[in-house]
Design a protein around this ligand. Structure first.
Ligand SMILES: Cc1cc2nc3c(=O)[nH]c(=O)nc-3n(C[C@H](O)[C@H](O)[C@H](O)COP(=O)(O)O)c2cc1C
Length: 373
């Protein structure tokens, strides 16, 4: 697939003109070309659903241990969830046993996954200690064997894709060669997070290494740029600077699914609809909490609801006070009541100041991250 060369931004109306090339992974269209990043303990089914309802091109589950899936571990199977209403989704797996990865890929296929992504970028100590995740960037031959095993376990119409980092450390930034090796082994999409393993989440994602990967990989294989995109301008910058075919967004989408709708509009040549009003934030907050109630069980529910309260208030007046309040709330009802009272007070404040709803459209581009895998 040719990379978009002719991107032009009309600054005045914030319209992005793209060539009429639709991003495809194998035969799977990704439209708009923006993907929700897999994030452990974050991209659960409620969050993926909210992102889908705001027009994201594709969602991928959080990474799941191939070994755990293959031995029937209930916790991992509980996280292996198909998107609602038959929407396309990908499943991400990690490991270094060919048989387990092949088996896990078939399990993903059985629940309807459209693609299987192999994690070769996770920097977490427990993952790297098992020579999985980003550790595989130091062993391209083994990584190739794993890709081949998964490709061999799936029908040809189900693409196998790989997500990796810039390299292991500053002295070993082998992403372009590594990506080519993965493609040679059968990977049909490469996602690059522009940081090394040793960087973790520090510093900034390097767009130049993503550009080099795009230049190195055959043009019919899409390359997805990832790292630090938190707003429409960041999406445009990532595509223009690197020539990548699509952008993957993680932290910037937390509590901000509007980012996908805005990118969808801009990518289709329409004006950016801008950030949400208070009423829109409250509506999606309610939707997210309802999905948690429908789809989750057990002690995680309270944690997830507290998180949703904090996410949707992010950047608004008094949001820190709300966050402390919901974090000490004894149950979900109390947490939701605090968030409802908070939104009601902000709307009342706006009315008393005689302001229009438009006045509350606040950018949400501070990526609030408290966990990292
Ligand atoms: C809490 C958290 C969990 C993550 N879990 C995963 C994961 O399961 N699989 C994966 O490939 N990357 C994972 N990542 C990395 C993200 O997918 C992404 O590469 C990274 O956050 C950079 O993108 P961003 O700046 O848009 O967030 C995780 C990141 C965070 C913050």
């Amino acid at each position: 697939m040719p990379a978009p060369r002719a991107i032009a931004v009309c600054a005045a109306r914030r319209i992005l003109y793209l060539p009429a090339v639709r991003m495809r992974i194998g035969s799977i269209p990704v439209d708009p070309p923006v993907i929700l990043a897999p994030m452990a303990a974050v991209t659960d089914l409620p969050f993926r659903t909210v992102a889908e309802e705001h027009g994201v091109g594709l969602t991928i589950t959080e990474f799941l241990s191939a070994h755990a899936l293959s031995i029937g571990d209930p916790k991992s199977h509980g996280k292996l969830t198909a998107s609602l209403n038959g929407r396309r989704f990908g499943v991400q797996i990690f490991g270094r046993e060919e048989d387990a990865l092949a088996h896990a890929a078939q399990i993903a296929l059985a629940i309807g996954a459209s693609l299987v992504d192999i994690n070769m970028g996770c920097p977490a100590k427990r993952v790297v200690a098992g020579e999985c995740g980003s550790a595989l960037m130091r062993e391209p031959l083994i990584a190739q064997r794993l890709v081949k095993a998964v490709v061999g376990a799936l029908p040809p119409e189900v693409p196998v894709t790989v997500k990796h980092r810039a390299g292991w450390d500053q002295g070993h930034r082998n992403a372009p060669e590594f990506a080519c090796a993965m493609v040679e082994a059968g990977a049909r999409m490469i996602t690059v997070h522009g940081r090394t393993r040793t960087q973790g989440f520090a510093g900034q994602a390097d767009l130049e290494i993503i550009r080099l990967v795009r230049a190195a990989v055959p043009t019919h294989i899409p390359v997805v740029g990832n790292g630090d995109v938190v707003d429409v301008a960041g999406y445009v910058r990532m595509r223009e600077t690197t020539g990548c075919d699509a952008v993957m967004i993680g932290r910037g989408a937390q509590g901000n699914p509007w980012l996908f709708a805005r990118i969808a509009a801009v990518a289709a040549g329409r004006p950016d609809p801008g950030p949400p009003t208070l009423e829109e934030r409250r509506e999606v907050f309610r939707r997210h909490v309802a999905l948690i109630g429908e789809l989750k069980r057990g002690p995680r529910v309270l944690h997830e609801v507290r998180k949703a309260c904090a996410w949707y208030a992010r950047g608004l007046y008094g949001c820190n006070k709300l966050r402390l309040e919901v974090w000490s709330a004894p149950d979900t009802e109390a947490a939701v009541a605090s968030a409802e009272a908070y939104f009601a007070s902000l709307i009342e404040r706006r009315t008393s100041l005689g302001l229009a709803p438009e006045a509350d459209r606040t950018e949400m581009n501070g990526a609030a991250v408290d966990e990292a895998a």
